[in-house]
Design a protein around this ligand. Structure first.
Ligand code: ACM
Ligand code: ZN
Length: 619
């Protein structure tokens, strides 16, 4: 059939009410890339009548299959029936009779033939990940008729066991539904750790029944809109109306929601610093004992935000707080923060100084180490392991502590050399709050991190025993992320890049080959109404000095195949404007700004970039 005949035939079938197959996706479009994936000839026709088949009497597999059915329904609009037993032309979930050591706890095999689809694994987690892969083989479109899923063989398992994303809910509070939505997206790309940054200077977000003021006071700040850090200070008598917290019932609900999707939650209560909200609730926790306000990002700075280490009552309180936390979160780890403590507060505190004398501590770093070790003992008494930011190495690391390395790779290297586990989360590759595209458009943040750079991340530093590196994690800090749409924008698509670093074999990495697979996810984001950044289509713009002393403008695209058009006369550029040929551009006399936009295949894909030369010179 030639193309015209096929089109006419399809139209006739539609008019006659006959269902038309929708073309599926190829295994070449998967993110993260599987260990092995082969396309085969033919396709399985998924219809409304296709059954999802599970073994009789296995509740765990049934739950995975039910979740898959729900995910599929939100993708295609078709809710398939889940049945126990055997049928043909079905999607079958099976546990291996004999465990495959290669697939371990999270691996799976996925086979698509013209006759049916089988996902097999050693454990339900593997079945779940196989189902996520299968979902990516199905087009994100409401399917009226049958959907063709191209035949394929996939065999897959993760490189790392800690594949995390962190969400900061202190700087801005995100609702229970938003947190669930965040987890929904994570699992599609096989993340399995949700690090929940629950406390900081801007709000305490977890109900602690024994200390109700932590949330009745500590969860609320004055309300400000605009640029974080530049807001006007609290007015006298101004009510603290901005914030929120999760009740213990909310927490249990989210813990279960995550666990059903094979995500472990690592809760963080950040101590001894970043504790302004706790101190606002219980001022006696600080050295000075003065009343402070929950920080709202005002321009008068943050009040005293460090806990007193000399005050024995603090350890009693923390025992209770971590006790309640331990009873809410079933995972093995609790994150105690430990970062960025301004130890100067301890210098002039008689109680802290007495503690140093009593414990024979030489410096303030050792005082923090003493604090961390005591918290480590508290956690151990609740059956939990301590993890903290890499500052917990300073002054001596607590026994059995795991280090989350954020100030580069050195924290993890030192931890591994000392026989401790580490999770890699360096700012240089993992800080998803950093801007990913042109600063003029994306505006406020602490740094800059393009998707392409993340693809260069190698979590195991040279010379380090890889068995100490549990994996890695992307961090979404939210000082400059005031709403959930922005959380999504900052997370995606960069978390796709990181998912591949953490799941896929290192040997297959190629940015140019990754880009189309990443772009294949964009219609999925559109369909799920997930906000994502299109920054990969915007080039970086820089001003350079040429040999003759003139200023020239240089564009650096992040991906191949883009055409960059620009103007110097303050008019909208389009494909009829001057096209960048890769050579530095001489700026015309009298011009003071450049406007630029990218096209691909004759269509605009980038956003309009307008930048003054003054700004380019400042960069
Ligand atoms: C951190 O970014 N302060 C861990
Ligand atoms: Zn003190």
């Amino acid at each position: 059939m030639n193309r015209f005949v096929r089109l006419v035939a399809c139209l006739c079938l539609i008019l006659a009410g006959v269902e038309v197959p929708v073309a599926g996706q190829n295994v070449k479009n998967l993110v993260p890339q599987p260990v092995e994936a082969k396309s085969l000839a033919g396709a399985f026709q998924l219809t409304a009548k296709t059954k999802i088949v599970v073994p009789a009497g296995n509740k765990d597999i049934r739950e995975v299959a039910d979740l898959f059915a729900a995910q599929l329904a939100s993708l295609t609009g078709q809710k398939l029936e889940v049945v126990a037993g055997k049928t043909t032309q079905a999607i079958a979930f099976k546990l291996n009779n004999q465990a495959s050591s290669r697939l371990a706890n999270e691996g799976y095999s996925l086979t698509v033939t013209t006759q049916g689809i089988t996902i097999s694994a050693n454990k339900p987690a593997g079945l779940f990940y196989g189902a996520q892969t299968l979902l990516q083989l199905i087009p994100p479109a409401k399917a009226k008729g049958s959907v063709a899923i191209a035949c394929a063989n996939v065999s897959d398992y993760p490189r790392f066991k800690w594949r995390g994303l962190m969400l900061d809910v202190s700087r801005h509070f995100f609702s229970k539904d938003e947190v669930k939505r965040f987890i929904d997206q994570m699992v599609k790309y096989k993340y399995n750790v949700f690090h929940w940054h629950l406390t900081d200077d801007n709000g305490w977000r977890v109900e602690i029944k024994s200390f109700p003021k932590l949330t009745s006071v500590g969860a609320w700040s004055v309300s400000r809109t605009g640029r974080y850090g530049s807001f006007e200070p609290e007015q006298s008598g101004e009510a603290a109306t901005y914030g929120g917290f999760y009740t213990q019932d909310d927490i249990r609900e989210i813990v279960k929601y995550a666990a059903d999707r094979f995500v472990t939650i690592v809760p963080e209560v950040d101590v001894p610093a970043h504790s302004c909200a706790a101190i606002a609730a219980y001022p006696e926790m600080s050295c000075a004992g003065k009343q402070v306000k929950v920080s709202a990002g005002t321009n008068n700075g943050i009040g005293e935000n460090v806990l007193c280490v000399g005050n024995e009552n603090n350890f009693k309180m923390l025992d209770v707080i971590f006790g309640e936390l331990a009873s809410l979160f079933p995972g093995e780890y609790i994150h105690i923060g430990g970062d960025e403590a301004n130890r100067e507060f301890w210098k002039n505190c008689p109680k802290c100084q007495q503690r140093m004398k009593d414990e024979n501590l030489k410096d303030l770093a050792q005082l923090q180490s003493y604090f961390t070790q005591r918290i480590g003992k508290i956690l151990a008494s609740k059956g939990k392991k301590l993890i903290g930011w890499d500052e917990i190495l300073e002054g001596g690391i607590a026994p059995d502590a795991t280090v989350m390395s954020w100030r580069g790779l050195d924290g993890a290297i030192a931890a591994a050399k000392a026989g401790h586990h580490a999770v890699m989360s360096p700012t240089s590759f993992c800080y998803l709050d950093y801007l990913q595209g042109e600063k003029n458009i994306e505006r406020n943040s602490f740094g800059f991190l393009r998707a392409k750079r993340i693809y260069e991340f190698e979590p195991v530093p040279q010379g380090v025993d890889s068995s100490y590196i549990l994996g890695g994690q992307g961090n979404v800090w939210c000082e400059f992320i005031p709403n959930f749409r922005r959380v999504e924008y900052m997370t995606w698509p960069r978390a796709l890049v990181l998912s591949e670093i953490l799941w896929s074999p290192k040997k297959n990495r190629s940015w140019d080959e990754f880009v189309p697979r990443m772009e294949a996810q964009f219609p999925r984001f559109d369909q799920a109404e997930v906000n994502y950044a299109t920054s990969i289509y915007d080039p970086e713009i820089a001003m350079v000095k040429s040999a003759d002393g003139d200023s020239r403008i240089v564009f650096t695209p992040e991906i191949k195949g883009l055409d960059i058009y620009y103007t110097f006369d303050c008019t909208f550029p389009d494909k009829f404007s001057a096209k960048y040929d890769g050579q530095p551009i001489k700026t015309p006399k009298g011009s003071s700004e450049i406007w630029a936009i990218t096209y691909r295949d004759g269509k605009p894909v980038g956003r309009l970039l307008v930048i003054t030369f003054d700004e380019l010179k400042r960069r």
